[in-house]
Design a protein around this ligand. Structure first.
Ligand code: NAD
Length: 422
């Protein structure tokens, strides 16, 4: 049985619902519970005007979907993209529900989006778009209801505008309404590197279980961006791994003897790419996936590992820092070949976990040190890894399905114990 977060050319919400059915079969869930799990609880569509810099107005459409709140307030990013659709937002909100449940943080899942082309908006236009959207969705967001965060083409500045708009309407500052904020207004230490750090912890756990040490192990990273560069740096600095290959959208580099990822980062800062790093050979973004290595970290785009190349993957561990890098057919091949997959909903859940820490700090008004954040993150990631492995062994299934079983079971337990109102 196979599952993946995204398949090409299909409605993502149909994919999300199929995944629920697969797990529902394993858990022997009845028809009513299946319907509950497949139904987004609350959806808001807003159409709103924004004043452009030239004085004209344009109407934009945005969505906020709160998928399931049985386990707590809902959590999920807001994306700005021309191809945003309601069904995509629904699917992403469902996946957030499972991601929060797999790491056992007390949240449901949500997602939001605005249909727009952020590359053609000025900073001032983006600010007005953001503030108006924030006030349109204000009735259904808040620290106790639904807490947005950054996603594709939104960032800490976007979150600062949403926090300010919401706070102006309330008449007092409400930092806990969003996460991924700048530290100066209630952001958390460690949030920036949390996704990569969480991923590095689960790689350590998996290597330990497979009986090899990360120290000296070879690592290839496709996508040397926020998530990928942090995984490379931390595996190198804290666990002594040998980083043998990295890539970005312009291409990749390889050196079987390994290189210092910080020096590659400096090179990328100067030249705009990892390509041309001294002492390394060029490698394409397709080839990097097939290099002999112990750990492969897809950290760029979805749909990278397919039935075409999965057979040629030679890593022991595939750690999905990216969302949806593996197609279902590739999952099956990896399972047959005995390659350990660390599925995205676990491997990149460090980000949402430290978002949860940010919110917890905001509502207490008491902030933690970087060490405290990292220790708590480590605990969450290692416990979740162990929980997932237990399910995998119990049901004789691969890690991705096990992560979904674990997550959906937790949501179902919360729904059942609460019962149905009235
Ligand atoms: P990013 O934009 O910082 O980095 C993406 C990297 O991928 C860049 O280096 C880019 O050059 C490279 N890239 C783009 N196209 C490529 C291609 N065709 N081949 C190889 N590399 C290519 O983004 P990010 O925040 O690091 O996100 C990367 C992935 O991780 C996404 O799938 C994202 O959803 C996932 N993720 C990120 C976070 C987070 O907190 N940053 C959290 C959860 C999941």
């Amino acid at each position: 049985m196979t599952m993946s977060e995204q398949s090409p050319a299909v409605n993502p919400f149909e994919t999300a619902k199929r995944q629920i059915d697969i797990v529902a079969d394993l858990l022997h869930l009845n028809g009513g519970m299946r319907e509950v799990l497949k139904s987004p609880k609350r959806e808001l569509t807003v159409n709103f005007p924004v004043r452009m810099d030239d004085g004209s107005f344009r109407v934009y459409t945005g969505y906020r979907v709160q998928y399931n709140m049985a386990r707590g307030p809902t959590k999920g990013g807001i994306r700005y993209h021309p191809q945003v659709t309601l069904d995509e937002v629904r699917a992403l909100a469902a996946w957030m529900t499972w991601k929060c449940a797999v790491v056992n943080i007390p949240y449901g899942g949500a997602k939001g989006g605005i249909i727009c082309d952020p590359k053609h908006l000025s900073l001032a236009e983006t600010e007005r778009l953001t503030r108006r959207f924030a006030s349109e969705i204000a009735p259904i967001i808040g620290p106790e209801i639904d807490i947005p965060a950054p996603d594709v083409y939104t960032d800490s500045q976007t979150m600062a505008w949403i926090m300010d708009t919401y706070s102006m309407q309330k008449g007092y500052s409400v930092p806990g309404v969003v996460t991924g904020k700048p530290i100066s207004i209630g952001g958390s230490e460690g949030r920036g590197e949390a996704t990569g750090r969480g991923c590095s912890y689960v790689i350590r756990e998996a290597a330990h279980e497979l009986g090899f040490k990360v120290k000296g192990a070879s690592v290839a990273v496709q996508g040397f961006g926020n998530a990928g560069s942090v995984v490379a740096n931390l595996l190198h600095d804290e666990q002594g791994a040998k980083i043998i290959a990295v890539s970005d959208s312009k291409g990749g580099i390889v050196n079987p003897d390994g290189f210092n990822p910080h020096a590659v980062e400096e090179h990328k800062k100067k030249t705009g790419s990892v390509v041309g790093f001294p002492g390394a050979k060029a490698v394409s973004n397709e080839e990097i996936l097939e290099l002999p290595c112990d750990v492969l970290v897809p950290a760029a785009l979805e749909n990278q590992l397919t039935k075409k190349n999965a057979d040629r993957v030679r890593a022991k561990i595939v750690a999905e820092a990216a969302n949806g890098p593996t197609l279902p057919e590739a999952d099956t091949i990896f399972f047959q070949k005995g390659i350990t997959v660390l599925p995205d909903i676990l491997a990149n859940a460090g980000g949402v976990t430290v978002s949860y820490f940010e919110w917890a700090q905001d509502i207490q008004g008491f902030f933690w040190t970087l060490d405290e954040v990292n220790q708590r993150l480590e605990r969450v990631m290692t416990t979740s890894y162990a929980d997932m492995r237990k399910k995998a062994k119990e049901h004789q299934i691969h890690n991705r399905t096990a992560a979904y079983v674990l997550a959906i079971q937790r949501v179902v337990d919360a729904i059942r114990i609460r019962g149905f109102y009235p």
